[in-house]
Ligand binder design. Structure first.
Ligand code: AMP
Length: 139
């Protein structure tokens, strides 16, 4: 299927829709998920227009993994959680709701109860405060 340039992450990347940023480099952007599955849920997206991981160039995929690793280390430290759950869905059949490739980075403990995927809208002020804590832990 052709890439939809009007999807929400494409608009965030163009700066025409807002996000709460955590990290940016030439190839990737990381920002807070506004409907987090758990506290500290960050999304890592490539700047390259690609619907799934399989549409992404090898270079784009490498950049995403590099940033996902960086963000995983930072959220673990910032939230003080021993575990980090990382997921990445490809295609509506797999549960992908936004058609621009992305990685979910979710700090957790064994007791973490997850909100169902993309359902509970978080408070922006709380998300900004968590984003600041994560940015402060970036190496
Ligand atoms: P997926 O279902 O894997 O495509 O995940 C899409 C994710 O994007 C979900 O976790 C949503 O909560 C999240 N999301 C949707 N719209 C926005 C937005 N405007 N800003 C940040 N996160 C969003």
């Amino acid at each position: 299927m052709a890439y939809d340039p009007d999807n929400i992450f494409a608009r965030i990347l163009r700066g025409t829709s807002p996000c709460i940023p955590v990290y940016e480099d030439e190839e990737t952007l990381a920002f807070m998920d506004i409907m987090p599955e758990a506290e500290g849920h960050v999304l890592v997206v490539p700047k390259e227009p690609a619907e799934t991981l399989f549409d992404l160039s090898e270079r784009g995929a490498q950049a995403c993994i590099r940033t996902t690793r960086l963000i995983g280390i930072a959220v673990k430290k910032a939230l003080g959680k021993p575990g980090v759950y990382i997921s990445q869905l490809n295609g509506a059949e797999a549960g992908q709701t936004v058609p621009h490739c992305h990685f979910h980075v979710i700090p957790c403990t064994a007791e973490t109860t997850y909100h169902p995927h993309a359902t509970v809208r978080a408070d922006d002020e709380e998300l900004r405060e968590i984003a600041a804590r994560i940015r402060a832990c970036l190496a």
